[in-house]
Ligand binder design. Structure first.
Ligand code: HEC
Ligand code: HEC
Length: 336
């Protein structure tokens, strides 16, 4: 589902099913067509080898227990220079504002949206991302390396335009090397070139009646405000450190971010929020809450060159409130 173009989060075949698949295929070839084929094909369905390809298996229908990939735990980080790079990458991922401060223009960390340090399935986990790049992305119409992809999250999700250097880390910077070393390690044992179950954020079907920010405010007040604050600005501890991240306003992700699209936020929210109670909201509640959050003002889209209307046309099709008029004012002007 990444950028609506790549991951459809199809179930990963287990080694057992693959073995069964190969046996069935050999059987079909040996026996030739006709009744034997029919019997074997129905057997293959029973074995779970063949699926109805017209109906992609969606993450949200798969219980967490079915996720077959487990990244290594922190205690498995090796000693030596590689281990040091993994630890630096992990530190950047967990506390980006502190450990890559030159390139961060808001109050978020990578791990605020890629949960459990990029380990959690259905929150665009880094082990699944690692094995799916380089990849073509519609967002910028070219092959993206992992470095390009990380740069994208700095530019939009971390609002790098407002950072001390005014942009994402330059090409080849150590921040990329450390983050990639961490991701590579998280992906230890993961298969390349295969869509892994739990990759990306789940895709939620749009409710028949659409979605509504006013209804979303009710969901927000009841189930989200306790942590994220009734003003959406998150909460700090007594030392001023942010414990709950902001959802809109100057310290949040900008208008160009994936999370600023209602469909993406809805999938994230459904699977992961309220924190610790993923999949407790109905699809409708997740879409409405996403619509409420993503119809608030946030930092400017760094891609904007001409007017908001021009940029809306160029970059904001689909489920985005960018450029729309909500509560009497046009969204997209930016917060700073
Ligand atoms: C505000 C939430 C948010 C933050 C913060 C964030 N990301 Fe992301 N990230 C996303 C979203 C949403 C996507 C899905 C792609 C899209 O729709 O644009 C994504 C996708 C990715 C991917 C590709 C995942 C895949 O399966 O293809 C990588 C890699 C990634 N982010 C790395 C990072 C890193 C590294 C950081 C910190 C520097 C970071 N992200 C910070 C929201 C965030
Ligand atoms: C128990 C506290 C808690 C509740 C309740 C909660 N969240 Fe969160 N939320 C968090 C934390 C903590 C994170 C960051 C995750 C991390 O760093 O591990 C987060 C992250 C997020 C993010 C991505 C990061 C960002 O700041 O943009 C969004 C979006 C979000 N929550 C939306 C919601 C919505 C919508 C609800 C209500 C349905 C909700 N949350 C309820 C604690 C909570």
């Amino acid at each position: 589902m990444i950028d609506d173009d790549r991951i459809s989060a199809e179930a990963q075949d287990s080694p057992k099913q693959e073995g069964a698949g190969r046996a069935v295929r050999r059987g079909v070839i040996a026996l030739g067509g006709g009744a034997a084929l029919f019997v074997l094909v129905s057997m293959a369905f029973d074995l779970g080898w063949l699926r109805d390809r017209g109906e992609p298996v969606k993450n949200r229908e798969a219980p967490q227990a079915m996720h077959t990939f487990f990244p290594p735990g922190e205690q498995a980080i090796p000693d030596g220079p590689a281990g040091d790079a993994i630890k630096r990458g992990q530190a950047i991922f967990m506390n980006t504002r502190m450990n890559a401060k030159d390139f961060v223009g808001n109050h978020l960390s990578c791990s605020n949206c890629h949960l459990d340090g990029g380990r959690k399935a259905d929150s665009a986990p880094m082990w699944a991302a690692w094995v799916s790049y380089p990849a073509y992305r519609k967002k910028n119409k070219q092959i993206n390396t992992m470095e390009d992809r990380i740069k994208g999250c700095f530019t939009y999700s971390m609002n790098a335009q407002n950072s001390p250097t005014g942009g994402a880390p330059p090409a080849g910077h150590d921040v990329y090397k450390d983050l990639q070393t961490y991701m590579h390690w998280l992906a230890t044992g993961a298969p390349t070139g295969k869509k892994m179950l739990g990759a990306g954020y789940p895709e939620l079907d749009k409710p028949a009646g659409g979605y509504d920010p006013a209804r979303g405010k009710l969901v927000y007040d009841a189930k989200c405000a306790v942590c994220h604050g009734s003003d959406g600005q998150g909460q700090r501890d007594l030392n001023g450190r942010l414990v709950f991240p902001p959802l809109w306003g100057p310290d949040s992700y900008n208008w160009g971010a994936g999370m600023a699209r209602v469909n993406t936020a809805a999938g994230f929210i459904k699977a992961n929020m309220p924190l610790g109670q993923g999949n407790s909201l109905t699809d409708q509640q997740a879409w409405d809450a996403a619509a409420f959050i993503d119809s608030q003002e946030r930092p400017r889209d760094p891609r904007q060159k001409g007017s908001i209307a021009d940029n809306a046309k160029a970059n904001h099709g689909g489920d985005s409130y960018y450029g729309k008029v909500v509560g009497g004012r046009q969204l997209g002007a930016g917060t700073k």
